[in-house]
Write a protein that binds this ligand. Structure first.
Ligand SMILES: [Zn+2]
Length: 317
């Protein structure tokens, strides 16, 4: 009897260890992708993770007391604030378009919670080789860095087209940081990443001046402001519309559209662009997605007196 129990115990232990070995790694406990359908076009928001930054970055021209008050009203910490990092995959017709590429890895900047994109694209069943086009809203490292991760370029389609405004590539030849206010180490890291990106992907670059239709219903338009070549992507099919606004709009920008974000190279123009886009979004009622809005960053914009209001969509499962 005892022997029988022992055998059964051993057998069940063996089974357990076998099934444990065969089990796939547990999924992450937070969702990292969210799908939206715009008419015939599929849009998938994928999170690259979060980027903690000093709260002065939210508005370096703001009265510190007003900044403190806004953080308090939003139940956010006063010292460092986690910026979301959203990337979008669009499928239109036969094309698979990656809009921006996340941060990648930069051990010197100590941002271990970002740079998750490649892993999360794989988890979403998106094979890098299937990407036909990349659209860059601009060439800051948190938008191009994913393509600089070791081994990524080798997995990409050799005919991959990377669309970016000509003004953006020109800007990074000799970038002006005199109006930006960034944490130490960032300007050098951004310069180095942009430089390396152009060097590594030179033959893939497809430059546009003001506007370019990447695929049916997918149009990239240069806005300038954040950087001279900063662009937004408009997706339209049937009666549905969505704008991916890159870094033209931040979470604080609804209450305080005139606050200058530390990463803006022309902050006054960036504020004008922000207000113009938010007014357009409020007027058309189309969906907004932006890089640094809290994941999944899918919502509508309403006018609220002199400012705006962010109205996240109810999640649709
Ligand atoms: Zn950014």
């Amino acid at each position: 009897m005892n022997q029988m129990i022992k055998n059964t115990q051993e057998a069940s232990m063996k089974m357990e260890s076998t099934s444990r070995a065969a089990k796939p790694a547990p999924e992450e406990l937070v969702p990292s992708r969210y799908a939206v359908r715009i008419g015939e076009i599929e849009v998938l928001v994928v999170s690259d993770g979060v980027l903690p930054l000093p709260t002065e970055m939210l508005g370096h021209n703001a009265d510190p007391a007003a900044r403190t008050a806004w953080l308090g009203e939003m139940f956010l910490p006063q010292d460092a604030f986690d910026w979301a990092l959203n990337v979008v995959v669009v499928r239109s017709g036969a094309q698979t378009i990656l809009i921006d590429a996340g941060l990648g890895l930069d051990p010197d900047l100590n941002l271990p919670r970002a740079g998750q994109l490649m892993k999360r694209l794989a988890a979403a069943g998106i094979d890098l080789a299937s990407v036909t086009d990349v659209v860059l809203t601009h060439m800051h490292m948190d938008h191009v860095g994913g393509l600089l991760v070791d081994g990524v370029k080798e997995q990409l389609n050799p005919d991959l087209r990377i669309h970016v405004a000509a003004a953006e590539v020109k800007f990074w030849e000799s970038p002006d940081f005199s109006h930006a206010v960034m944490p130490q180490g960032f300007p050098d890291a951004l310069r180095a990443a942009a430089k390396r990106f152009v060097k590594d992907y030179q033959t893939h670059l497809r430059l546009f001046e003001d506007e370019y239709e990447v695929a049916p219903g997918v149009v990239v338009s240069r806005t300038g402001g954040h950087t001279p070549g900063h662009s937004v992507v408009r997706v339209a099919s049937g009666n549905d519309r969505l704008m991916f606004a890159g870094d033209a709009v931040f979470a604080v920008g609804f209450d305080h559209p005139d606050w200058h974000n530390g990463f803006e190279h022309d902050p006054e123009e960036a504020a004008r662009v922000r207000v113009r886009l938010l007014k357009e979004l409020a007027a058309t009622g189309e969906l907004l997605v932006a890089t640094h809005m809290p994941f999944p960053s899918v919502g509508h914009v309403a006018v609220d007196g002199d400012a705006f209001r962010w109205v996240p969509v109810f999640w649709d499962y």
